[in-house]
Design a protein around this ligand. Structure first.
Ligand code: V47
Length: 359
């Protein structure tokens, strides 16, 4: 039996794929067959529904003490273009989001050298003061680790304090790629992959759900991608706290990595990565095609390659766009619905915990 035939047999039988299987899929050029298999695995789980939410991204600061080489968003304090939103500006953004029908605020930022622990609690309270019904998905595992250091508190206490102030769930950012030598070259100042996973495990054990991301198309190998997903799958087996996996294709413009021989992904790699994720991460309910970085066209095609989620309306994205993402800054609800319908799928507006809001 050819390797692809044996993988197909496993998927049909509902058996778990091995790391070697995932690597074999990454190395195969039979994109159509991989896509068909992933679409089938997705339909078995999610039917023909594709979900999205009406949300608003808020990046409270671009000042960051880390110097990740994939990032075009960060600034040093005092550098031209550096900013820190005032609490009132955050409240105003949340109020505008609510008026526009948003159910979620997605708030992340850089590691600011001077912001005290209480400032983070204030930000959360400001959003919640607009409406307790706005779901607050905020702070990556990297920010949570930073808060634990500046607050002198164990992770669990940080998370409980944040939850008390309004935190509802965690986004999946900051995972990048776990493989040590690559992570060191890519973002040597950042917390390790092991620490990222520890933060997520603690969050899940506190009852907070989260997402998981993987930044790809830079210095990593297919084996590094599989190893990254293996560690996510292992944690998910133990906690079940991840909601969605979000593969993030690297955008090189304006980043320190732009002139290096990075392996920027093309459309084929993007679609294959979505499909392999759907097939390998059998304990993740949702695979998100993040249209902001994939572009609307590839994200739409990804809906027939195993993805069942498009993220949301976003409204004003900065991290990907400062690195050259060619997509619009935000999309209307109608635009997302149209995109899903034209892919022959059924659009479902969801809330942040994947309950149906409207169909
Ligand atoms: O951690 C930074 C990535 C992430 C670049 O959880 C870049 O639902 C590509 O995590 N090219 C932040 N990517 C965004 C993120 C996210 C986005 C949407 C939904 C969710 C979710 C999470 O963006 C960072 C990093 O991995 N990033 N710079 C770049 N040049």
């Amino acid at each position: 039996m050819s390797p692809l035939a044996s993988i197909t047999a496993k998927v049909l039988a509902g058996d778990r794929l091995s790391d070697a299987d995932a690597l074999c899929l990454f190395e195969s050029h039979d994109l159509a067959a991989i896509g068909e298999l992933a679409a089938m695995a997705n339909e078995r789980r999610n039917g023909r529904r594709v979900c999205f939410n009406v949300n608003r991204h808020v990046n409270y600061t671009n000042v960051c003490v880390n110097r990740c080489r994939f990032c075009a968003f960060r600034r040093d304090q005092g550098e031209e273009g550096a900013y820190l939103l005032a609490v009132e500006e955050i409240r105003a953004a949340a109020a505008e989001a609510l008026r526009q029908g948003a159910t979620e605020v997605h708030m992340v930022g850089g590691l600011h050298p001077d912001l005290p622990f209480d400032a983070y609690l204030e930000m959360l309270r400001a959003v919640k003061s607009v409406s307790p019904l706005l779901h607050l998905k905020a702070f990556t595992a990297v920010e949570i680790d930073h808060l634990s250091r500046i607050g002198g508190l164990p992770l669990r206490d940080v998370l409980l304090r944040l939850r008390e102030a309004g935190l509802d769930s965690l986004p999946g950012g900051g995972a990048e790629i776990f493989a040590e030598p690559v992570r060191e070259r890519l973002c040597g100042d950042k917390i390790s992959g092991a620490r990222w996973l520890e933060v997520m495990e603690t969050a899940h054990r506190c009852g907070l759900r989260s997402n998981a991301t993987m930044l790809y198309g830079h210095l990593e190998s297919p084996g590094d991608r599989v190893a990254h997903m293996a560690r996510l799958r292992e944690l998910q087996d133990r906690t079940g706290g991840f909601q969605a996996f979000v593969p993030l294709p690297f955008q090189a413009e304006n980043t320190p990595l732009r002139d290096e021989a990075v392996r920027v992904a093309g459309g084929v790699d993007d679609l294959k990565t979505v499909a392999v994720a759907r097939l390998y991460l059998d304990n993740f309910a949702h695979i998100k095609a993040y249209w902001v970085l994939l572009g609307e066209k590839i994200a739409q095609v990804a809906l027939t390659f195993g993805a069942d989620d498009l993220d949301g309306t976003v409204v004003y994205e900065r991290i990907g766009h400062e690195a050259g993402a060619g997509s619009p800054r935000g999309m209307s609800r109608e635009g997302i619905v149209r995109l899903i319908r034209k892919a022959g799928r059924e659009p479902v507006e969801r809330d942040s915990l994947y309950n149906e809001v409207r169909r």
